[in-house]
Write a protein that binds this ligand. Sequence first.
Ligand code: PBG
Length: 331
Amino acid sequence: MTLGRFPATRPRRNRQDDFTRRLVAETTLTVDNLIWPIFVMEGTDTQTEVASMPGVRRVTLDRLAAHVEPAAALGIPALALFPITPTSLRDAEGTEAMNPDNLMCRAARVLKREFPDMGLIGDVALDPYTDHGHDGLIRDGYVVNDESVAVLSRQAVNQAAAGIDIIAPSDMMDGRIGVIRRDLDAQGLTGTRIMSYAAKYASAFYGPFRDALGSGGLLKGDKKTYQMDPANSDEALREVEQDLAEGADMVMVKPGMPYLDIIRRVHDRFAVPTFAYQVSGEYAMLTAAMDHGWLDRDRTMLESLMAFRRAGASGVLTYFAVDAARRLRGG
Ligand code: PBG
């Protein structure tokens, strides 16, 4: 074609009306792609809003079924459970994590009874249970690896025994997937899946989550000796490779929106179910702008979630899950 002639190839032709746009769309976002993180707390007949996460509530167990009902009715496939442990039950060793009647286990039993078809994802890390807010055990001021893994594995078995379907280690200790898989199998929990937080970064975007859990004020120092450096991307591939070799069924990248490049690389390289966590700080950032009227709520929410799918994610853990599901169902 000679320069200056009107182009025969016109990408805009395929954008001119809705039916064509729908025909050529490369990516879909459906309710099946959504996982809803929820916060449970002790007490009765109470719910409190997380100040830095407008619209996100902590609920007591007697209110849990009512809280989850809309998600179940909309067909959201799975929930990720996070317990708020009273300070009086926290200690340096995270002992409460192994209690078969801890809040997480009781919540799992309530949910399995009320919603037998709903998938339950249990976060494995000691930070909801330690008085220092770290994900593992501290010896001489350092979060130690192997001793932490032994405890994390007991936490995982405890959760699986209570009915958690998918164990999601978010602690970033080395070798924990292999140990957890071995110990689950030894207990006959061979069907329990593992969704590894394989590439989890030491991120400032977790701030509001730590407010939600009440672990933010407790945290001494930072998590940089175990969570990944935001500067690194090749290292994420090595983390994922190792977790898959140890038996992970699915992997996760976290945070989400600032790390879409990592999702893309992981999915291209390994072709395994890859999940993304649109974390608390991303939710806080978006809702702050939405609540000011600076961003259109529905469109921004759905675009942000579609971006994860385009990057290669099978699904997204998102605090928008129920709202997004409603929109996707045409509500
Ligand atoms: C626990 C854990 C964290 C998040 C999920 N699991 C916090 C942390 O690592 O400090 C963050 C989730 C969010 O910010 O939405 N290890």
